[in-house]
Every structure is written in structure tokens, then in C-alpha cells.
Design a protein around this ligand. Structure first.
Ligand code: ADP
Ligand code: MG
Length: 402
């Protein structure tokens, strides 16, 4: 790693010190505001435990949702503080302010080994504006800033980039926490010299969100498997009807030029699951890709496609997967994603490096019950895609060089 890390900070240097940590507790919530999945929180525990054990005073910053600079109780981190306390098995303080007199008092009152979560950074408009004065405020005089928020590392916000600069300008250090370090290690190291055959499985809703990563990976790839609604735009580029399926009409040319560029590397589905409507009780039919009827919608890849994708995955030594093969949230359309997930897991069992990224893909891996067998499941969505596309993440760029 070119950047300094928390692992490189010896515990003695942290004792009694205020250490500000940016975590990504932007956890998915249901309609009642209950946390649906606490993976991102659990993955930060090594960093927080390290600080507790070192006797530091850990001040945690995170955003939740998009309150757009206004206080919104539904997006308060109070509940998340409770979750963290449960997962950590030790007390976690919460302050209903991010900056202000209450927050300053709470930080000043901390003792060695304490953990304090401050309120949602995005209640303050200064965060997304990357306001330098506010960045100075949220550093609370600390000489060490730890970024452990990989999922937000692609944002140049005050709580990701600005604070790192403020701490360094004050003579301190900004370092990567254990989770951020792990993400960078897996994603960057794998890309430097991937073991072949190197296969990417790209699916999901939109070709526009995946085009950069496809183009960046393509030269190194041996096979590119395309599923999900993404494939529909390719079908259109082949001149086939897709009924009422989701298509990006303005990206048909993109799909066409990708087909030329990828040549034999590209493997598209040969069959799909269609239905007159996308619903949990929908009546489905298997259709060849060039025989989708008027009024039908494509919800998943078909069994022959699953077989051909699995055959490629069996022999792979490196796999990157971003985007589900179908609308896996609904039972009639989940088989494609789950079976490809199992094929990827079997490949990982045989020692291949398998990396899954993206919020929906990670959720699909959980639902398919294969997470524990995967080499690395990234906590990033856009950050994952941007890093693999070769872009520098502002939250990482602002950290101290080693
Ligand atoms: P990730 O979060 O893993 O990057 P995306 O956000 O790109 O994945 O895409 C996930 C979404 O794509 C899911 O909600 C899924 O239902 C949807 N999707 C997959 N296949 C289709 C399809 N054929 N038609 C419509 N939506 C689809
Ligand atoms: Mg998504």
C-alpha cells in the first residue's frame, strides 16, 4: 500500500489520543427505519476494537442516507449506535450533534478506550460541500484521522477528503483503517497481475453505470459474461425484440461497439426468463434470446445461459462479479443469479480469487448463502466500480503517503 495504515500505528502512540474515524454506516433501512443489513458496520469492528485496545478515544463519523444538509430524525444514527454497541459488546456513546457545543463537550468528556458516534454528517450541508472550515471542526483537534469508509471513498466530502487534509495540514496523519486497507489490497493487488483465466460477470440494471469498469477490465479479461438488464441492451444491438424489458435505448451504440471490442471474449445469455409482468407470482416462460414476444419482460437469464456461464466460471482463476443476473429480489427471477453465485463459490472453493462488489450483488450473495466462500465481498458500490475502473478515490488520495 502506498498509503499509511492504522496497522502501521503502534498502540502506544494512540493511548489517550482522540482519533477521528470515518466509517460508512450508511446501512440499508426498511420502512420502519430498522437496519436490514449490518455488514458494513460489522466490517469496521477490527478498526474500532484496535483503538479501544490501544486506549484511544475513538470519535466516529458517518453519513446515513441523503438528508441533503437538513436534520431528518428518520436518518439519525442513534439506532446505529445501539447496533454498534451490540456488535462490539462494549459501550458506545452517541451525540445528537456532529459539530456544536454538545458534540465538543461529548468529545472533551471522553476517556481512554471510549467510543463515541456523532450524528449523521449529512445533516450538515458543509459535508458534501467539502467545506474546509467545517472539516477543521470535525477533526476535534485530533492528530490522527482514520478512514475506514470504503463505500464513501469515491466522494470528495469534508468527512472523507477535507478532514484528511485538515489533519495533515495540522501536522497529523491520515491513515487507512483495516477495512479500507483490506479493500484496497484485494481490489488493487488482484488487478495488477490477475491469475488467468480472468473472468468478469457483469449484470444489474444499467449498462451506463458499468461501462467504465467493463472498458477498463476488458484488455486483461479472458471472458466477459453479461447478464441482467444490461444484456437487454445488447440484445437490442443484435437487432432482437425485447418486448417491454428494461433497455437503455441511448446506449445501444455503446453495446454495439463493446461487442466489436470484446469479440470472442464476450458471452451473452442464449436464453432468458420472461413474464408478462414483474411480480412475485408471475407466470414465467423460458425464451430464446431472439424470440421474446411483444408485451413480455425479461426478468432473468435462462437455464442454458446459466450452464454456459457456470462452465466458464469452473475454469476461472480470477473472477470479478458486479451486478445480479436477474431480478433476484423476486422468486421467479432469482435462479440465474443464485446458480451463477454457486458456480462462483465453487470456483473460490478450488482456490480461485473471487471478488464480488456492489450493494445488490452483495445482497444477492447473502441471499444465495455463499458469502463465506467468496474471497472478498466489497463493501463498496460506486467506490468499487470506480477503483476497478482505474480512477483515484478522493478519500484514499488524501491519506498520508507511506
Ligand atoms: P449492484 O448494486 O450490485 O452494482 P446494480 O445496482 O447495477 O447492482 O443492479 C441491481 C438491480 O438490477 C437489482 O435491483 C435487480 O433487480 C436489477 N435487475 C437485474 N436484472 C434485471 C432485469 N433483467 N430487468 C430489470 N432489472 C434487473
Ligand atoms: Mg445497486
Amino acid at each position: 500500500m502506498a498509503k499509511k495504515t492504522l496497522a502501521g500505528c503502534s498502540p502506544e502512540t494512540l493511548t489517550h489520543e482522540v482519533v477521528v474515524v470515518r466509517v460508512d454506516y450508511n446501512l440499508p433501512l426498511d420502512q420502519n427505519g430498522e437496519v436490514v443489513d449490518d455488514t458494513r458496520l460489522v466490517r469496521t469492528l477490527p478498526t474500532i476494537q484496535y483503538l479501544i485496545d490501544a486506549g484511544a478515544k475513538a470519535v466516529l463519523l458517518s453519513h446515513l442516507g441523503r438528508p441533503e444538509g437538513r436534520l431528518d430524525q428518520a436518518l439519525s444514527l442513534r439506532r446505529v449506535a445501539g447496533k454498534l454497541q451490540g456488535a462490539l459488546g462494549s459501550p458506545v456513546g452517541f451525540c445528537p450533534e456532529t459539530t456544536g457545543p454538545l458534540a465538543r463537550e461529548a468529545v472533551q468528556g471522553m476517556e481512554s478506550g471510549d467510543v463515541l458516534l456523532l450524528e449523521n454528517t449529512r445533516f450538515c450541508p458543509e459535508d458534501t460541500r467539502n467545506d474546509p472550515e467545517w472539516a477543521e471542526e470535525i477533526r476535534y483537534g485530533s492528530g490522527l484521522f482514520v478512514n475506514d469508509a470504503f463505500g464513501t471513498a469515491h466522494r470528495a466530502h469534508a468527512s472523507t477528503q477535507g478532514i484528511a487534509e485538515a489533519v495533515r495540514a495540522g501536522g497529523g496523519e491520515a491513515v487507512a483503517g483495516f477495512l479500507l486497507e483490506q479493500e484496497l489490497r484485494f481490489l488493487c493487488d488482484t488487478m495488477v497481475d490477475p491469475e488467468h483465466p480472468f473472468v468478469a460477470v457483469i449484470g444489474g440494471a444499467k449498462i451506463s453505470s458499468k461501462i467504465d469498469v467493463i472498458e477498463a477490465l476488458l484488455p486483461a479479461l479472458d471472458r466477459l459474461l453479461i447478464g441482467g438488464a444490461l444484456a437487454n441492451t445488447f440484445f437490442k444491438a443484435c437487432g432482437w425484440a425485447v418486448g417491454d424489458s428494461l433497455v437503455e435505448e441511448d446506449r445501444i451504440d455503446t453495446a454495439r461497439s463493446l461487442m466489436d471490442l470484446a469479440g470472442d471474449k464476450l458471452l451473452l445469455p442464449v436464453d432468458v426468463i420472461t413474464a408478462p409482468c414483474i411480480a412475485s407470482g408471475a407466470t414465467t416462460r423460458v425464451s430464446a434470446c431472439d424470440e421474446v414476444r411483444n408485451g413480455e419482460r425479461i426478468g432473468d437469464i435462462g437455464p442454458r445461459s446459466v450452464k454456459s456461464f457456470a462452465d466458464v466460471l469452473v475454469g476461472a482463476r480470477t473472477v470479478i462479479w458486479s451486478g445480479p443476473m436477474g431480478i433476484f429480489e423476486l422468486a421467479p427471477f432469482q435462479a440465474g443469479t443464485f446458480e451463477v453465485a454457486h458456480a462462483a463459490a465453487s470456483t473460490a472453493d478450488r482456490g480461485a480469487t473471487v471478488i464480488i462488489g456492489g450493494g445488490d450483488s452483495a445482497a444477492a450473495a447473502v441471499a444465495a448463502g455463499i458469502v463465506d466462500r467468496i474471497t472478498h465481498v466489497s463493501t463498496g458500490g460506486s467506490a468499487f466500480l470506480e477503483l476497478l475502473s482505474g480512477k483515484e478515490l478522493p478519500g484514499v488520495g488524501a491519506l498520508s503517503d507511506r
